[in-house]
Write a protein of this length. Structure first.
Length: 137
C-alpha cells in the first residue's frame, strides 16, 4: 500500500469513529430492548414446554441477541476513546488531511518523473543512442 493509502486509512478510521460509536451504541440499546421484551413476555405468559420447539426457539433467539449485543458493546468501547480524541483534536485532524494531500501530490510527481540525458556519454560508450537507457531512472 502506498504511503498515502496508509494515511488515508488512518484518517478514515478517525473520521468514522463517532458514527461507528453511535451505531454500536444504538445496536447495543436495541439488543437490550429486545431482551427486555422477551423477558417480559416470559414473565407475563406461559413458558412454552421445554420439550417443544417454542422453548428452544426462544433460547436460541436470546442467545443470538446477547451475542449481537456483546459485539456492539465491544465495538462501542473501542470506538469511544477514538471518537472523543477526534472531538478534542480538530486542528490535528485538519493537519493530517493536509498531510495526506501533500503526500498524494508527492506520489503523483514521483510517478511521472523522466530522466533526460545531459551529456552524450551513453552515445560515446555504446556508439548509438539507446532509447531504453534514455527513458531513465
Amino acid at each position: 500500500m502506498e504511503t498515502s493509502g496508509q494515511i488515508r486509512a488512518f484518517l478514515d478510521l478517525l473520521r468514522e469513529a463517532q458514527s461507528g460509536y453511535n451505531i454500536a451504541k444504538a445496536r447495543e440499546m436495541d439488543a437490550e430492548k429486545e431482551t427486555q421484551d422477551i423477558l417480559h413476555w416470559l414473565e407475563n405468559n406461559e413458558v412454552p414446554p421445554v420439550d417443544g420447539d417454542g422453548a428452544l426457539l426462544v433460547l436460541g433467539v436470546i442467545g443470538m441477541i446477547r451475542r449481537d449485543r456483546r459485539v456492539a458493546k465491544d465495538t462501542a468501547t473501542i470506538m469511544k476513546p477514538i471518537a472523543e480524541w477526534t472531538k478534542t483534536h480538530k486542528s490535528t485532524m485538519d493537519s493530517l488531511g493536509q498531510l495526506l494531500g501533500d503526500v498524494r501530490k508527492a506520489e503523483k510527481d514521483t510517478g511521472k518523473r523522466r530522466y533526460t540525458d545531459r551529456t552524450d556519454i551513453m552515445i560515446q560508450i555504446l556508439g548509438t543512442p539507446d532509447e531504453k537507457n534514455r527513458k531513465g531512472a
